[in-house]
Design a protein around this ligand. Structure first.
Ligand SMILES: NCc1[nH]cc(CCC(=O)O)c1CC(=O)O
Length: 325
């Protein structure tokens, strides 16, 4: 028996009861996912990682309200939480066991009974400049039209280039790129992570330094949500977690939470681990006052998620002291 249970996960010759005895809990999971190309890529990515560990994994694709509402700015119709609600219903009804999200789109506080069970290693957290005519922001002529619907990108772009005409841009990545290709914009700004995941890296003409365009809390990281009463799922997911990313996003999300919790605020928060120190920078811009940016930073040696969140709260307090509201 001992030789059997020490086999590699995924080895079909090992039957499940032996693995359970050895602490090798192998299960069958269903992942609830949106059906955009990016969401499916992310769900397939997690599926493959779980399968490598011997689990059997299926996908449950669904269209969310956020996917259906393409004509209005999301911040006006209820925020990005619209992307996660239907997936949570599937978890609640037991039709799925986990939901994979872009962490940037996950509300700061999950509804009662749900937990963020895993944060995975972050892709490039930066924003990308995409254009068919210009190589970078500084090459854009006076008054050029730039597409984005993110309030954060609007206030940061205004601070860099007050002359630009910023126009709304909604839809999934393919839709946004098509609108650029149709000639509606001189350039658009998108998260580098999404483009790279979909093999669209060649569309990126320039990547903004975080000092110019501070990323959104959680940008580039994947978060996995489960029902809180599913320690079996959490245990299987613990192997996919990336501790440094988790510490960073805990600090970033704490800034957001302390500033009101909505993910459609004109707020940026970005943390990195520099040696022993968790370095956190945040920026807040008044959407009604062109160019008015409040920035704050902090650094601490943190031992756990709670200490990372405390750093986030301190930086949020500095933002507020500087006039952010
Ligand atoms: N709000 C949309 C969204 N949510 C997650 C990503 C992809 C990048 C990521 O994982 O942060 C994007 C696209 C974008 O902002 O350009």
């Amino acid at each position: 028996m001992a030789t059997l249970v020490s086999g590699k996960p995924g080895d079909a010759s090992i039957d499940l009861p032996h693995r359970r005895q050895a602490g090798y809990e192998v299960s069958q999971f269903t992942i609830a996912t949106r059906e955009s190309r990016l969401a499916l890529w992310q769900a397939e990515h997690v599926k493959a990682l779980l399968e490598q560990r011997g689990h059997q994994v299926g996908l449950l694709g669904m269209t969310t309200k956020g996917d259906q509402i393409l004509d209005r700015s999301l911040s006006k119709v209820g925020g990005k939480g619209l992307f996660v609600k239907e997936l949570e219903v599937a978890l609640e009804e037991g039709r799925a066991d986990l939901a994979v999200h872009s962490l940037k789109d996950v509300p700061m506080d999950l509804p009662e009974g749900f937990a963020l069970a895993c944060v995975m290693e972050r892709e490039d957290p930066r924003d990308a400049f995409v254009s068919n005519k210009y190589g970078k922001l500084s090459e854009l002529p006076q008054g050029a039209v730039v597409g984005t619907s993110s309030l954060r990108r609007v206030v940061l772009l205004r601070a860099l280039r007050p002359d630009l005409k910023i126009e709304p841009l909604r839809g999934n990545l393919d839709t946004r790129l098509r609108k650029l290709d149709d000639g509606q914009y001189d350039a658009i700004v998108l998260a580098a992570a999404g483009l790279k995941r979909l093999g669209l890296g060649p569309r990126i003409r320039d990547i903004f330094e975080t000092s110019d365009m501070l990323p959104a809390a959680g940008q580039g990281a994947l978060g996995i949500e489960t029902r809180s009463e599913r320690p079996d799922v959490a245990a299987a997911l613990s192997e996919l977690a990336h501790q440094t990313t988790w510490l960073c996003v805990a600090a970033e999300r704490a800034v957001s939470r302390a500033m009101g919790g909505s993910c459609s605020m004109p707020l940026a928060a970005h943390a990195t681990l520099e040696g022993e120190y968790l370095q956190l920078r945040a920026a807040w811009g008044d959407p009604d006052q062109a160019g008015a940016l409040v920035t704050a930073r902090g650094a601490e040696i943190v031992a756990d998620l709670a200490e990372a969140a405390k750093l986030g709260e301190e930086v949020a307090a500095k933002l507020r002291a500087g006039g952010a509201h």
